[in-house]
Design a protein around this ligand. Sequence first.
Ligand SMILES: Nc1ncnc2c1ncn2[C@@H]1O[C@H](COP(=O)(O)OP(=O)(O)OP(=O)(O)O)[C@@H](O)[C@H]1O
Length: 326
Amino acid sequence: MEVPIIEINGLVKKYGSLRAVNNLNLSINKGEIFGLLGPNGAGKTTTILMLLGLTEPTSGKMSVCGYDPIMNPIQIKRKVGYMPDSLGFYKDLTAYENLSYTARLNGIKEYKLRDHITNVLDLVGLYKVRENKVVTYSRGMKQRLGLADVLIRNPEVVILDEPTLGIDPSGVQDFLRLIKQLNENRKLTVLLSSHYLYQVQKICDRVGIFVNGSLLAQGDVNSLASELFGTEPNTIKITTDTPVEDFKLIERSLLTLEIVKKVSLLNLNQIIIECKQSCTSTIVRNLVNLNVSICGVEQQNYGLDEIYQRYFENNNSEQARRFIKK
Ligand SMILES: Nc1ncnc2c1ncn2[C@@H]1O[C@H](COP(=O)(O)OP(=O)(O)OP(=O)(O)O)[C@@H](O)[C@H]1O
């Protein structure tokens, strides 16, 4: 059964006249990995800070692990682990020493300290380098240490702000795999923010696309894709051996198909067909029946990644809004 662990209703955060977060409604279930996606300035960090009780909303309601973050910041601190986008470690201390410091600050008893830190270091794959100073760590290793620093408190929910920023591609894959393992093995709920759909879509159960303070679309990647594909044509380009003779007849015939939206002629020997969904074989069969001598078929499908990059990553919020409303 799906049990919400984070609930957000009508959340608004204004900075002067700027609505950094604009009427956000969101529910995240226990054990889920939710990706908050959006370009710079979309309002991801502001939302996270409100969930942690670190900044007050202008209006709206939130509940995290059953607590209102503004009324119960201490409980939230106990239940939620937060990894910010820039990590602060003591560079001249080792990973072990850094974690000991955090563990003591969080009241972990001395007799439990060594085992607890060892377990966490093992979990994030840093056990062998535990005695190395953090100054020698790569960005990817520092991110792992950041995760260890969060896990040392045994949180129920982990919130990661841009956790893959600045890590090389294989490091990103390793880090995301680690998050997935933790989610599966420890039943952790994970909320992570990112600019990059293509990086996080593999591990997220659901994603929300955030632009200019508003959540424009949300769902699992497949249903989000079909929601967004519904507004974007699948285009097929057919090239013929010889110039197309009776284009009007071809156009009329293809438009009788429910899936075809528009047919146009290009360069005398290219027929461009915009469809509501992928249907290349049906189109080709129809054209063959009309004696069109086909010498080339090209299909252009837009993937969720391309749509996201085109409309959202470039912070083209007006275009994104129009796109969603189409
Ligand atoms: N303390 C503040 N005072 C005024 N404006 C702020 C403040 N914090 C954030 N903003 C503004 O609120 C908007 C949302 O910022 P936020 O940092 O939440 O976005 P983001 O999606 O996390 O982007 P990034 O990935 O760049 O951190 C931006 O326009 C930002 O300039």
